[in-house]
Design a binder for this molecule. Structure first.
Ligand code: C5P
Length: 226
């Protein structure tokens, strides 16, 4: 671990997908690997921050020096985040499922014959954890960073998302198939801040994480009460 420039700073990072149960053996999910969020938690811990990683199901191990809270569904992730003591910074990388089945069947849904299909799945909206964290409150983290995965019009959509969610920064990436980002090793991102838009070169998720951790450190340095 390097210099502890973020010592004493509490930072929550959400990561991974969420799993939304359909029945005891089936769920709705997405292709998020959690790799970018885990790398960010690692990079922030390396700068000395007190990092809590709230993670949906992934195949990854928690980085050293990071407190891991595992959860499965969006509602569990929301509860885990809201239960934390006040945080200085929140970085929401989790690919939270937008919708969940209205209800979870108690028993495995059975097909009666070869062509049998179940009734259409009814879905309801999940809580928007980033928007909740960003809402004005005495305990709002002073810096809230959201992520945006877009397949087109990345900059325009991300700029709009920053305002809509109420967060301070948006890290936007292009997850169109051509960019091969989701589940991959590299990432190409834009950082949207109140000051404007930075286009970062294509780099590994670890490099994105280090650079974002340094941007967060610089942000602390630019605020008077660091
Ligand atoms: O709305 P959209 O999913 O594009 O927004 C992405 C950002 O919002 C990410 O930072 C993600 O972690 C966060 N998010 C969330 N809860 C949701 C949906 C998205 O925290 N239910």
């Amino acid at each position: 671990h390097g210099e502890a420039v973020l010592a004493g700073k509490k930072i929550v990072v959400t990561a991974g997908p969420t799993h939304e149960p359909i029945d005891p053996v089936r769920y709705l999910a997405n292709r998020s690997s959690g790799r970018q969020g885990y790398a960010i938690a690692d990079a922030l811990a390396d700068l000395g921050a007190d990092v809590t990683l709230v993670s949906g199901p992934t195949a990854l191990r928690a980085p050293a020096g990071v407190t891991l809270i595992s959860c499965e569904t969006a509602r569990e992730m929301e509860a885990a985040v809201m239960r934390l003591p006040p945080q200085d910074v929140a970085v929401c990388t989790a690919a939270v499922a937008d919708w969940r089945p209205v209800s979870e069947a108690d028993q495995k849904m059975k097909k009666k014959d070869r062509d049998d299909v179940p009734a259409p799945l009814s879905l309801v909206a999940n809580p928007d954890i980033l928007a909740e964290i960003s809402a004005p409150s005495v305990h709002r983290p002073r810096l809230v960073v959201g992520f945006a995965a877009e397949t087109e019009n990345v900059e325009a959509y991300a700029v709009a998302k920053r305002t809509r969610k109420g967060c301070d920064w948006i890290v936007a990436n292009d997850v169109s198939l051509a960019a091969n980002v989701m589940g991959g090793v590299e990432n190409q991102i834009l950082l949207i801040t109140p000051q404007g838009v930075e286009y970062w070169p294509r780099m590994t998720k670890e490099e994105v994480a280090r650079r974002l951790a340094i941007s967060i450190m610089d942000w602390f340095c630019s605020t008077s009460d660091f």
